[in-house]
Design a protein around this ligand. Sequence first.
Ligand SMILES: C[S@@+](CC[C@H](N)C(=O)[O-])C[C@H]1O[C@@H](n2cnc3c(N)ncnc32)[C@H](O)[C@@H]1O
Length: 270
Amino acid sequence: MSRADFQMEVKEKKRFEFGENWKKFLFYLDDQRVKEAENSIKEMLEVESLEGKTFLDMGSGSGLFSLAARNLGARVTSVDFDESSVWCTDELKRRFFASDDRWQVIHGSVLDKGFLSTLGRFDFVYSWGVLHHTGQMWQALANIVSLVREEDGCLFIALYNRQTIASAYWKMVKRTYTRFLFMRPVWIIVHVLYPTVPSLVLRVLKKKKMPRGMTVWYDLLDWLGGYPFEVSTPTEIFNFYKEKGFSLSKLKTVGGKLGCNEFVFRRNFM
Ligand SMILES: C[S@@+](CC[C@H](N)C(=O)[O-])C[C@H]1O[C@@H](n2cnc3c(N)ncnc32)[C@H](O)[C@@H]1O
């Protein structure tokens, strides 16, 4: 998909502009959120540092996880195809690693095989909450394989969980939120009431912070607008990558509920 196609889809209200949301999120970025982002990477990858490793952040969004990986010592490549997301990631690079040659930010799409072939291979490929928003999730899941280093490369992805009826409901909400401006306040009010407020109350009672350094408000807008939207089950994803020579090394599911299942796969050396 070219820049022009992307802009056309946004203009026709067929696609949510994630980057515009991320721009506002950056206003609330602080050291605590950056630390939580670093911890989320360390916990799932079971590492203390990424020193000497290469890290591709596919669909970098705000750039927070590229920054976290760079802080952990990796040589980072950030890619996004929404120009505002690229701007956000560049902005974080400017703020924290201005003249650093171990972090590059590139505009490109995971669906563009020609572009992907210029990137090389990486020790870690990270694509959290991205591939289900491309409009061609299974193609994107396949394309990303060529970016993972053949010898023990690692793939960390997060994908929306499939729910029998709820997924169809959320697809309708996201499509109408993106398409009709007048529906936005309606969906925001309805979904602040449920699920945002109950989950916030639970979080306060359990003294738990928002995961991965996110904010409640911008997470809600990202969730409501996040369209295109596709879903999968953990079994489907496990089988898909098993066939491609990967083994699952860590899994965090949402237990059949709403949200993203997280997977860490290792590439088997053949
Ligand atoms: C929900 S955000 C996730 C951002 C970030 N990975 C995170 O965890 O916060 C999804 C991002 O994927 C990007 N994206 C969607 N389709 C893409 C594509 N085909 N190629 C690259 N990035 C894409 C969007 O522009 C957006 O910035």
